[in-house]
Structures are given as C-alpha cells and as structure tokens.
Design a protein around this ligand. Sequence first.
Ligand SMILES: [Zn+2]
Length: 206
Amino acid sequence: MTWSSRGAAGGMWAYRYVGPAEVRASAAHGAAGRVIRSRGDLEAWLTSSEGAEAREPFTFVIGVDGVLRLAPRRSEHVACAGGGQVLSAGEITFARGPEGWECVAVTNQSTGYCPEVASWPAVADALDRAGVPHPGQFTDGFVFRRCPRCGERNIVREGDFVCALCDGKLPESWNFDSAQMLAADDKGRETANRARRDSNPQPFDP
Ligand SMILES: [Zn+2]
C-alpha cells in the first residue's frame, strides 16, 4: 500500500499527530494498541480483560502498515499508534453477529490526528483483510479544522465554519498538514508545525 500522496488514486494519506506535545510525551510510556490482523485476533481482544467492555466503543488507529490497532476507550490515539503516523483513527464498536464479531459503528473522531472522512478506505481495507464485516462507511463523520487565528483544533458542527474558541473563520479545506511536510523527517515536521501554529513556541521536546 502506498500512502505518500494525499488524494492520489489508490494512495493513502498518512496523518501525523497534531495534538498537545505533553499528551504525546505521556503516551510514549504506555503500550501501543493491540494489533488486529484476523477475526481470531479480534475475538481474543474482545474476550480479554482490556476488551471486556466489548459493547463500548474502542479507540482505534490504522497504522501506516495498514493494520488495525485497538486500545481501551478513552485511550489516546497517539498511544494506540505507538506515537507514529496513521492512515485513519477514531472510535469503533463491535457486536456479535450471526457469524461472529462484526463492526457495527465506526467514526473518525480523533482530536489527536484529526483525520478526514476521506480516510475511510484505509479502515475498510484493514477490516476487510481481517475478515471483519463493517458498515461500509463511517457511521458518524467528523470534520476537523485548525483555527488559522488561534490554533485551536475544532470539530465543525452543522456546516458552521467558526472557531469555538475565538469566533475566527475556519477554512473550507482540511488544514492540519501539507504534502511537503510529509517529506520531512518526524522531528523537523513537528518543530516546523509548532513554530507555525504557536505564537509563543515552547521548546520542542523530542
Ligand atoms: Zn480560533
């Protein structure tokens, strides 16, 4: 799977973490999400202690390897991803169907990565390869924008492109990253991004 060019036919966009640096720093000490490559993996997760609340939505990410990873609800997406980039992220709910566990609800709700609804194909691919039936699209789609004025990450509700924090106008296009930045190394990308969005940049903590 290729993921280097956003919007290109057959390509996938890798989302980097765009949340607070302190969250990423604390996430670095925890375990990454459970890798789910098959229905057997899912079954094992859902019957484990961590997955015991099987009816609750879980935190999920799709790694740049295209594989689904799960973590308990309210886990940080960046921790689930082991600090890396993702092809998609959000919350996912499973229920036992006539032929075993299936995905009954899935969203792109991740304020750590702010992925687009257009990241769905990566989720579908991962679930298809694991043999897990799914709804065929996000059951709830979230639209994320960064406020150009104050830097706040916003969820756009009902087409109202206004910042919840400063009432600034939000752009119509997704604006958390740019293609050029994807070519830079992780550290350079994070530093550049912090410098760009913070009027008072704090020292970068590698
Ligand atoms: Zn704002």
